[in-house]
Design a protein around this ligand. Sequence first.
Ligand SMILES: [Zn+2]
Length: 81
Amino acid sequence: MPSQQAPCPVCGDLLAVSLYDATFRMPDSSELLCFAVPGRLCARCSQLLVEPDLIEALNLGDGRCVFAIASDTTLAEHASS
Ligand SMILES: [Zn+2]
């Protein structure tokens, strides 16, 4: 999977490429939790960008990311302690 840095399409800030635990709000206003989703987060927009292939695989459809936190940060903390 290519992991090159690309700027946020909205604000131009650099995106943080990582694994994220994310909550998506679906069009029927239910919420879908996804763990360890590879994506690119813009800290300024609080928007998680996920590959279209993955959106399809997770069945996100028109779901919109409402919360995302890097999931490998906690793993790294556990590993180093
Ligand atoms: Zn942005």
